[in-house]
Design a protein around this ligand. Structure first.
Ligand code: NDP
Ligand code: OXD
Length: 309
């Protein structure tokens, strides 16, 4: 039995150290330094390279070290008895909420615009908006989306949320399924994407959906780059259907140097940092799941491979 860390764009060493402290009797290795691939049964992953699981014949549990699992199920073929679990952590939800609140308030008070004006020493005042005047609509009311929706509602924003099944969240207008998608989008000033990437949600941010928002709406994409049709957002921004977009996730990460998003005056970019996994709380969860695995108990935060999230 052994634990293997397969990480891309994330340093696995501190994770290995913390896991060894908490599980001193276990073998914890970092890919590709594996003594005996046949002993690996519990894998921790972040963006594993395509088909790497083919080198590991006895995987029983795959634990994502993030909230999402698309990076695993879209790159590997999983055996039928393999369990995939993910991180559900209130730190992730809280950090995401703080990040999104900062963007929305900044946009209401034109902070990006004034930063641009400062660069050219331009003194010009603009009308600002209040949270009472806008509707924030959230795609995805899961562990993170529901928390974010509830917090915007507590502050007094008008809030709508969209999910597969209807939700009962104080102050949030719940919409669900394809049939209610258009009414969800209607009159939205800020659209926040917190959906997982699945066959159903891929390309969901397109000319049609984004064109159904209120005039001058603002898009915040913290879900996945593959949710957004890139040429459509460029067209909608250039024709002023949308006032701007804040993008944290991209089809290709890091975003290539020559990508038109970098220099677009209406696009703000962050390097996939909206909410970062807290290593300490994630390791506690992983250790708990490892003990559950050893004692054949049900694991925490297991995803449905059928639904894809
Ligand atoms: P969850 O799995 O808890 O929630 C997913 C939500 O999306 C659920 O409410 C689900 O509905 C809804 N949903 C899924 N498919 C559809 C569909 N076809 N139509 C309508 N609603 C749908 O995920 P989390 O909240 O934990 O995380 C969401 C995503 O946020 C992650 O997958 C990841 O992509 C992104 N993320 C980004 C980070 C960043 O730093 N940029 C950090 C962390 C996460 P229902 O509840 O009815 O099942
Ligand atoms: C995640 C992410 O899925 O960081 O946790 O995007």
């Amino acid at each position: 039995m052994s634990i293997l860390l397969i990480f891309k764009n994330k340093d696995p060493k501190p994770w290995q150290k913390m896991l060894k402290e908490k599980l001193p009797k276990e073998v914890v290795e970092i890919y590709p330094d594996v003594k005996d691939a046949a002993t690996v049964d519990f894998v921790l992953c972040w963006k594993p390279k395509k088909d790497v699981f083919k080198e590991l014949p006895n995987i029983k549990v795959v634990q994502s070290v993030g909230a999402s699992i698309d990076h695993i199920i879209h790159s590997q073929t999983l055996k039928d008895d393999c369990i995939v679990t993910r991180i559900v952590d209130e730190n992730l939800s809280q950090d995401m909420w703080e990040f999104l609140a900062a963007i929305v308030f900044g946009e209401l008070k034109n902070t990006s615009l004034y930063m641009e004006q400062q660069k050219i020493k331009k003194w010009e005042q603009h009308a600002y908006r209040s949270f009472k005047d806008v509707t924030v609509s959230i795609l995805g009311l899961g562990s993170i989306g529901a928390y974010v929706a509830q917090n915007f509602a507590k502050l007094g924003f008008k809030v709508k949320g969209w999910s597969t099944t209807g939700k009962d969240i104080l102050g949030v207008d719940s919409f669900h399924g394809k049939g209610e998608f258009k009414s969800f989008l209607n009159q939205t000033n800020f659209l926040i994407n917190l959906l997982p990437l699945t066959k159903e949600t891929q390309d969901i941010l397109n000319k049609d959906s984004l064109g159904s928002l209120a005039t001058n709406a603002f898009l915040i994409n913290v879900g996945r780059g593959e949710h957004l049709i890139e040429k459509d957002i460029l067209q909608l921004l250039d024709s002023s259907v949308l006032s701007g977009a804040f993008l944290d996730v991209f089809r290709e990460e890091p975003l290539p140097e020559n990508h038109p998003f970098w220099k677009h005056p209406k696009i703000r970019i962050t390097p996939h940092i909206a909410s970062l996994t807290n290593m300490e709380s994630a390791v506690n969860l992983i250790v708990d799941n490892y003990h559950r695995f050893l004692s054949k108990e049900e694991l925490l935060n297991v995803v449905s491979l059928k639904k894809g999230y």
